[in-house]
Design a binder for this molecule. Sequence first.
Ligand SMILES: [Zn+2]
Length: 108
Amino acid sequence: MTSNLVESQNNVYKGTRGLPITAIVKASYYRLAALFAKRGHEAAARVNSGEPFSENIMTDKSMRREKKGRPPITRIRTEMDDVETERRCGVCRMPGHSRKNCINIRHQ
Ligand SMILES: [Zn+2]
């Protein structure tokens, strides 16, 4: 959003570099006045055609405000995040038996 604003402002200042400050202010004033008049005519034409809002704003989901609450999770999950649900032996870590009847320990 900010970069779009800066790009737009740079477009207004294009060709005015190196001029005295009064010339830059006058040039930006007249260019912005012309730009606002052009955009106003475009918006009026859109409203008169029955389309209440700009189509770009209505369909661009990235322009919408974030919902309140916890922020979305951006962490990348790895195999470390997988939770083991199968019970494993405490001695040999093999599934299917427990420490009590582990085949790798000699029971007396
Ligand atoms: Zn075992």
